[in-house]
Every structure is written in C-alpha cells, then in structure tokens.
Design a protein around this ligand. Structure first.
Ligand SMILES: [Zn+2]
Length: 146
C-alpha cells in the first residue's frame, strides 16, 4: 500500500501539480478511498449462463476464487443492505445491472439488496457483515433475531 500511495503521489508531482494542489493526497485519504472501493464494488465473474447473479458473490464477500475483477456501479453501489431485501440485482448477459423486485414495494420505501447469502443464520450473517463490510446489521430480520 505504501508503494502504491507513493507512486500515485509521484505521478501527480511529475505531472507538475503543486504541493498546494495535492494537499488532499494524504496517506489517510488514500486508505479511505481504497476502503470505499472495496466496500462498494461488485465482484465480476466470467458469465457462463444467460442469467448471472453476481450479487451473492459481491466483491467484499469472503470467497473470491472465480472473480476476474471488481467494478463500481453508480447506482447499485449505493444500495444499502438488508437481510430480507426488497430488490435483487441481476446481471443479464452483460455488465448492465437490472433490478428485480422481490415483493411489493411501497412508494418511498428504500430499495435494499442483500450483500451476502441471506440463508445463513443470524450469527453467521452478523459475523460476515462485520468482518467484510464493517457494520452490524440492524435490519428488521436481525432485530427479531431471525
Ligand atoms: Zn440484517
């Protein structure tokens, strides 16, 4: 990480940016950016079928064997998590995300996806969300201890 940070900083300096112009480029800024990319990216796998759902294998999930890369999507990367999601992201024969409602959704209701395998029990979900995503889920399902 140190080497990559220094390379980035040197690139800006070599391009003629002044210290004042790159004052934002601190090591903490770089760490924060890397963390945001990791948390909000989706894992990309080679599509073998016509309907490929890579949400279950999102970038921050534990198993990364089949991944060929990661991508940040403007809209899908903003969706919050719920262990009982109301929408699901489908990737249909391309890298374009399609949203599928899993039940009726009230006007104004937040669209939420599940970052992990929702079939796991409460403790397993909490452990993975805490370890992989840095939060303790407080969705209705978790609050009810399901
Ligand atoms: Zn939850």
């Amino acid at each position: 990480m140190e080497k990559e940070y220094q390379l980035l900083r040197n690139t800006f300096e070599d391009a003629g940016f002044t210290d004042e112009q790159i004052a934002f480029l601190t090591k903490q800024w770089y760490i924060d950016v890397l963390a945001r990319i990791r948390i909000n990216s989706f894992r990309i796998e080679l599509a073998l079928g016509s309907y490929v759902d890579i949400l279950l294998s999102a970038a921050a999930s534990v198993d990364a064997e089949a991944a060929v890369g990661n991508a940040i999507y403007m809209l899908p990367s903003f969706y919050n998590h719920d262990c009982d999601p109301n929408v699901h992201i489908l990737w249909i024969e391309s890298v374009n995300a399609k949203l599928k409602a899993l039940r009726d959704i009230e006007a104004g209701e937040e669209l939420r996806i599940c970052y992990i395998d929702a079939s796991m029990d409460h403790d397993a979900r909490q452990a993975i969300l805490s370890e992989g995503f840095g939060f303790h889920c407080k969705c209705a399902r978790c609050i009810s201890n399901d």
